[in-house]
Design a binder for this molecule. Sequence first.
Ligand SMILES: *Cc1c(COP(=O)(O)O)cnc(C)c1O
Length: 393
Amino acid sequence: MSSEKMGFNSKLIHAGDFEDELGSATTPIYQSSTFKFKSADHGAACFAGEEDGYIYTRIGNPTIGELENTVAALENGFGGIGTSSGMGAVTSVYMAYLGAGEHMVSHNALYGPSRAVMESLFSKFGVEYSYIDTTDLKQVKEAIRPNTKLLYIETPANPTIGITDIEAVSNIAHEFGIPVCVDNTFCSPYLQNPLDLGADIVLHSMTKFINGHADIVAGMLVAKTEEDHKLLRGVMANMGCNMDPHQAFMTRRGLKTLGIRIDRAQDNARKIADFLEKHPKVEWVKYPGLESHPQYELAKKQMRGPGSMISFGLKNGIEAGKVMMDNVKLALLAVSLGGIETLIQHPASMTHAKLTEEAKHIAGISDGLVRLSIGIEDVDDIMEDLDQALGKV
Ligand SMILES: *Cc1c(COP(=O)(O)O)cnc(C)c1O
């Protein structure tokens, strides 16, 4: 059966299309830095890209390749490029599309390090950027300049859960010939396929949902066209932010259960969001599955489900946030997301503590904002834990 015809969960298991000579049920770990050529001519053809063949693991490797093919099939793209981390993928995209005097449009609530690497490193080489509210299409149009070479968005955004209309912003960018990259980490390909909505590149921190077991850091890019795939592969390989075969094997193993993990976490999250919305200590809840979410309709249009990331606001700001963090017992007080375990964090005192008051305000991070990544535990246990921790606030 060709993988194009398979359902999503079948693709998770079979889409990598790897035939092992010995019939191994899983893709073996090709723990080799380099690969023998059959002859001088074969070596020359591999280097010229005329023949398929592995050369050197920084450029490509069969274990990594099977994972790349699988994620590319899940995202309906031409090809994938595995990276050492999500940030390896982010920096590869910036490197590939931006040069001195060129400009990127992105949004305020961007993942912290994606913003930091632009503001503190790429700016040193003369790259310019504008951070706007991409949920407002008027701002997107106004931010585009003659030297804009990349539109880079995350949706839902971290940790505000704001949703950008991928189709609408892609249409605007394409009018000006600008490529669009979507960080799809919060949804995973199970819930959202940005390439189908018009984006050109999809980015994942596979550390999160794709691997899902909090034991690997890894990233992936999927390009819609052969041309972009080739460009990104070259940049990644030359910068050396490649995956390693063991890391690829672990990630591939985690990926097989993506569908059942997300179904379960999402069921839990819907119940937790309802519970929080009714809780007297909670001022507001932001979850794409709640009708109170300002972009509830857009979420239903571009996502296949609301996912398992919830943000909510505590009434008494920073102090209340810290008290809650100190009192959770089942949820892990930790950053990251998308794993089998429930994680809780408080951006104002943790991930976003270094931002100025103004920057926090612009990014939509209030002092009482708490972010939850709901896991696959029994929902009653998660609820009981959150309830008792809220009781101490
Ligand atoms: C974690 C994360 C990244 C960075 O990924 P790493 O694997 O930690 O390097 C990028 N974008 C988003 C939305 C993330 O959550």
